[in-house]
Design a protein around this ligand. Structure first.
Ligand code: NAI
Length: 687
């Protein structure tokens, strides 16, 4: 897009908003990298530009942005304190009231304050690839500069409420169809602007003076309440938007502004903003910042099963060439088929077009020979969870690959040091633990071995970020950060089921906290066999911590290994599609208790949540004490991104802080007393 000419030499500071006037038409350019956020300097710059344009008596003023996007939002680093002057609502009111009408000419992602800015302009033009949204709810907020009041006046109440409450962006095509755009163009924005200006329509009424037809939002409200799972901002966004049908603009805007400012102080918004900022810090570790990452072009993936295929699809989507290596040619073709099915699904859903689908298919190869990995820049092993099999794969890979190419394991629990021990080129090995489905889930745990070089780690982080993932560094332990906490979570859930709780009550309690599903529903979804194998391994190695409840093992032995198993049963009965609680399981668990001489106790919803959270927070603290995770936010990112812990609760560590460590200490004492000898207390829970 347009780049403003260099500022004159006499100008000491680079201006973030510049004005160029030609033939009575002004071009106002915002240039505030990286995303032209509406920080105080931009707000001031816009006020100055407004004065200049009006003083010159311009016929029109086009508002454009330099760089990769139009304004992509407010400056959220300002949200912690009182907003400095001028305030955005005042700037936007002034733009709307300006004698010289403004034309927003947009590209990239027009989000939050960016969309509010566009709505204050008289006309809106956008490149066909532009996306529009009000994502404030994702930070526990609602728009604060008239967005909820102007948007319904432009596109109608229901679509506006949907955009504000969901936070999801819409395409230029969709936004145009809603009536949000005056022109969608492809190609040169300046040419599109020139022809629009040549036939400039009569200036429309100010957005703030238009009226809104009321609409029945009951169904939408129910839909939003369901998907919000305890997040408060979505419903507030919906209700605030609905004010547009009842109140004059100024009154609605004043309520919106106050609500926005109040929400900035809310625990949910603090939780979400902390995660947002932590995300950047965690995915770019300080110590790797100055180390150059090697370029990754060709990715070899050994094992084209569930995980291998998902990882392959993610790599293809990022533009890499991918070679799948399988045990034999039939398995290789099956692996290719899995990847192609993912591509076909993306195509069918409209996420990608045929051109992209074809480009991805063209970069995919599958075979049974390691020779194909000779020029791979990284190999990722995703074969069965068996240390010997994985070691054999690594041995084959190092025999054909360049010594500086990375070799990674996607193991869930095993130690990458053991898989790579004694192999040549020790610095290049590591663990890259993707989550299922790997083409969708953003979390990747990056596991350094004792010998992983800094270059290997820097390359792995850059590679994962390039896939659009959220890489988090973890030290080596059984299950790394995420699955180790998951094991503690499951253990405590199993102890309560053993002692009297129904697995269905445990699931319901964790859902009431805001988890998308409880531990038993999750097991049914992912399959019971990997954790079964892991329990067997830990017991054989003598590392199982304390009391052992073998109810899940019995399910596995009965062939009830989850939704995807042949029996289509696990903790729930999935034979009729949606999983249903199964009286057979209740009876089996009751019989188990009798056999073990357990007198069943009752656990309230609150007790279940507190005991499970105490076990989780204890394990998370041990992980921090052992240096497995570098910070409490790293733990929180792993659990919100990889395990569905509600983001508006900030992750287990933030939740613990908000809930109060004393309450958790009490709950942990109950946990410890319930299963003596099974829990090592973390420092905060000692004594
Ligand atoms: P899977 O059973 O779906 O796929 C494994 C694939 O590896 C199969 O296609 C098999 O033919 C192939 N394979 C086995 N031995 C091979 C060899 N020697 N050479 C070439 N190919 C070989 O298993 P899944 O679920 O994809 O798991 C793979 C790895 O990823 C395991 O280490 C697992 O612990 C890990 N993982 C699994 C997750 C999950 O949710 N399933 C999540 C994260 C990691």
């Amino acid at each position: 897009m347009t780049t403003p000419s260099a500022p004159p030499a006499s100008q000491p500071e680079k201006r973030v908003v510049t004005v160029a006037i030609e033939n009575g038409h002004a071009l106002v350019t915002i240039d505030n990298p990286p995303v032209n956020a509406l920080g105080v300097s931009v707000r001031k710059g816009l006020m100055d530009a407004l004065a200049e344009v009006n003083d010159a008596g311009c016929t029109s003023a086009a508002l454009v942005c330099a760089g990769k996007t139009f304004v992509a939002g407010g400056d959220i680093s300002e949200f912690a304190g009182p907003p400095p002057l001028p305030h955005l609502p005042d700037v936007l009111d002034a733009i709307e009231a300006s004698e010289t009408p403004f034309i927003a000419v947009m590209h990239g992602t027009v989000l939050g304050g960016g969309l509010e800015l566009a709505l204050a302009c008289a006309w809106r033009l956008a490149d066909a690839n532009t996306r529009f949204g009000l994502p404030e709810v994702n930070l526990g907020l609602i728009p604060g500069a008239g967005g909820t009041q102007r948007l319904p006046r432009v596109i109608g109440l229901e679509p506006a409420a949907r955009m504000a409450a969901s936070g999801k962006p819409v395409s230029a095509k969709a936004f145009e169809e809603m009536g949000g755009l005056d022109l969608v163009f492809s190609g040169d924005p300046m040419a599109a602007l020139a022809s629009f200006r040549d036939a400039l329509p009569a200036r429309p009424a100010k957005t703030s003076t238009r009226s809104v037809t009321d609409a029945d939002l009951t169904a939408l409200k129910a839909e939003i309440a369901k998907s919000a799972k305890g997040a408060e901002a979505p419903l507030i966004a919906l209700e605030t938007t609905a004010l547009a049908a009842r109140l004059p603009f100024a009154e609605g805007q004043a309520i919106e502004r106050q609500t926005h400012l109040d929400l900035r102080q809310s625990a949910q918004s603090r939780a979400l903003r902390r995660l947002f900022f932590a995300n950047r810090a965690v995915t770019r570790p300080e110590r790797l910042r100055d180390i150059e990452a090697a370029k990754i072009e060709h990715v070899a993936i050994v094992g084209g099963g569930l995980m291998g295929a998902g990882i392959a699809a993610a790599c293809l989507a990022a533009g890499h060439r991918v070679t799948i290596i399988e045990r034999d040619s039939a398995s290789a073709e099956a692996g290719r088929g899995r990847v192609e099915a993912i591509i076909a699904k993306d195509l069918a859903s409209g996420r990608i077009g045929e051109d992209k689908a074809e480009a991805r298919r063209a970069k995919l190869e599958a075979g049974d020979s390691y020779a194909a990995a000779f020029d791979a820049d990284i190999a990722i092993e995703a074969v069965f969870e068996d240390a010997d099999v994985k070691r054999a794969v690594f041995t084959e890979l190092v025999a054909v690959m360049r010594e500086d190419a990375l070799v990674a394991t996607n193991t869930s629990y095993l130690d990458p040091n053991l898989i790579s021990r004694g192999l040549p080129g020790q610095g290049r090995f590591l663990g890259l633990h993707f989550f299922s489905p790997a083409n969708i889930m953003k979390l990747v745990e990056v596991v350094g071995t004792d010998a992983s070089s800094a270059e290997t780690m820097a390359t792995a982080f850059a590679f994962a970020r390039g896939l659009g993932k959220i890489p988090v560094e973890t030290g080596v332990c059984d299950g790394f950060i995420g699955n180790r906490i998951l094991s503690a979570y499951r253990r405590q859930a199993d102890y309560m089921v053993a002692d009297g709780a129904s697995p269905y009550a445990v699931d319901a309690a964790m859902r009431s906290l805001g988890m998308p599903m409880g531990p038993y529903e999750l097991q049914d979804l992912t399959g019971l066999q990997i954790s079964w194998a892991n329990r067997k391994r830990q017991r054989a190695a003598g590392t199982w911590p304390g009391r052992y409840v073998d109810i899940a093992d019995r399910l596995c032995e009965m062939g009830r290994q989850g939704r995807g198993s042949a029996a289509k049963k696990g903790w729930y009965d999935h034979t009729a599609g949606k999983g249903a609680p199964d009286p057979e399981i209740e009876a089996m668990v009751a019989a188990w208790r009798e056999e073990q001489g357990v007198t069943p106790k009752t656990f309230s919803n609150e007790e279940i949540v507190m005991r499970i959270m105490a076990a989780i927070v204890n394990e998370a603290n041990l992980i921090l004490e052992e240096g497995i995770a570098s910070s409490d936010t790293a733990v929180d990112i792993v659990w919100t991104e990889g395990y569905g812990f509600p983001k508006h609760l900030g992750g287990p560590m933030f939740w613990a802080e908000e809930t109060g460590i004393d309450r958790l200490r009490e709950a942990f004492a109950d946990v410890a007393a319930q299963s003596p000898g099974s829990w090592k207390p973390a420092g905060v829970f000692k004594g």
